[in-house]
Design a protein around this ligand. Structure first.
Ligand code: PLP
Length: 407
């Protein structure tokens, strides 16, 4: 008899975005004439930067010529991309990261989801609340939690992110071994200061813990005094892994490219306290289970670092951040307390009521889809997330409709 991994039975049956899709579909069926604007799921709407598509086309042409055709590439990614990442994303910010510490992949979702398999099953894990669901669900699947009860899985340490702490979690009271942090944050849009991040790095050093730092939205940081990488913090090389993605930076959600940084000095321990470099384990996993991102996609990603690439990427980011400002300004004017939208494409709004109730009001009265904060965890209840990923005219229209609906 083929038996199922029963940990899958613990997963909450309705994933947040399917529940949203279901409610939208029911409403749309009943009201086919209504035009719905989607400011919920964080998917980009604008085309790839020209520099990327030109590099993409050129690389595809290389693949059609016997002289330049390429088969399997290095699993860790081509040197041309790893070297640009190390130089422009790290060394330019005085973060000591070298090309061979970068692992190119097809997504930060896969990487943040897969990395947990490198750790023992009996570690204590801290996750933010509200949380990007992948961190939690992948640990549930691996059997590191007990059942879902009263809005939380048993066995995890939830780091509460609230208005009171500015949505930056305090250090846990109990000892934890693995810590997920995400800044700029999805869903709250909050950022972390150097001093706050230093506290986490110091904690991890003291406890021999590991920080998994998801910086998928780093490109949206306007305030250049904020850390863009955890490796700008002294000591982080020894205790942190960083994830980044081209998805939101340059519209690669459908093109797929990302990377994970594992410094060679970052250690993990066996039950006797012997230390091993994590780099070797991730390299082993990556080369065993992954065969690399396609050559044209890596060339397209490389293009953001050279020639007109950086300027075009900035223009794209500025476009979405104009939306973010419009959303934040309007919701503030309507009397709602907003977080995010300044250094992040998400605006986290205190609805002063239940998340799903507010979601339904916006859907039915303004025909706008948002994301109910409750879907990201207990501390998300009472909030909704509005995404800045859409076209200016649609955002403007949605905001007018929201203003009218909430009057
Ligand atoms: N990490 C966070 C916090 C995200 O919000 C997302 C996408 O929404 C991802 C990772 C996934 O990125 P990718 O498209 O590279 O898989």
């Amino acid at each position: 008899m083929i038996r199922v991994n029963e940990n899958y039975l613990k997963l909450k049956s309705s994933y947040l975005f399917s529940e949203i899709a279901q409610r939208v579909s029911v409403y749309q069926k009943a009201n086919p004439e209504v035009q719905i604007t989607r400011l919920g799921i964080g998917d980009v709407t604008r085309e790839l930067p020209k520099a990327c598509t030109e590099a993409f086309h050129k690389a595809v042409n290389e693949m059609s010529d016997i002289g330049t055709f390429r088969g399997y590439g290095p699993e860790q990614g081509y040197d041309f991309l790893r070297e640009k990442v190390a130089q422009f994303d790290y060394q330019a910010r005085n973060a000591d990261i070298s090309a061979d510490e970068i692992f190119i992949s097809d997504g930060a979702k896969c990487d943040t989801g897969n990395i947990q398999e490198l750790f023992s099953n009996d570690i204590t894990i801290a996750v933010p609340d509200p949380v990007y669901p992948v961190y939690v669900d992948t640990n549930v699947m691996a059997g590191r939690t007990s059942d879902f009860e009263d809005g939380r899985y048993g066995g995890l340490v939830y780091l509460e992110c609230t208005e009171k702490n500015g949505f930056v979690p305090d250090l846990p009271k109990q000892k934890v071994d693995l810590i997920y942090l995400c800044f700029p944050n999805n869903p709250t849009g909050a950022t972390i200061s150097r001093e706050q991040l230093k506290k986490w790095v110091d904690y991890a050093k003291k406890e021999k813990a590991l920080i998994l730092y998801d910086a998928a939205y780093v490109a949206f940081i306007n305030d250049k005094s904020l850390p863009q990488s955890i490796y700008e913090i002294e000591g982080a090389r020894d205790v942190a892994v960083e994830f980044r993605s081209y998805s939101k930076t340059c519209g690669f959600t459908g093109t797929r490219c990302a990377y994970t940084v594992i410094p060679k000095s970052c250690m993990v321990y066996d039950r006797n306290g012997n230390a091993y470099p994590l780099h070797g384990f991730w390299n082993r996993r990556h080369t065993t289970k992954f065969n690399g991102v396609s050559y044209p996609v890596q060339r397209a990603a490389e293009a953001i670092y050279i020639g007109d690439g950086p300027k075009q990427v900035q223009e794209l980011i500025d476009y979405y951040m104009t939306n973010a400002k419009m959303i934040r300004d309007r919701m503030t004017l309507l009397g709602y307390v907003c977080t995010g939208g300044i250094n992040s494409p998400y605006i986290w709004i205190n609805t002063k009521t239940d998340s799903w109730e507010f979601f339904d009001t916006l859907l039915k009265k303004a025909h706008v889809v948002t994301t109910p904060g409750a879907g990201f965890g207990k501390c998300g209840n009472g909030y909704i997330r509005i995404s800045a990923f859409n076209m200016h005219d649609k955002v403007e229209k949605a905001l007018d409709a929201i203003s009218a609906a909430l009057k």
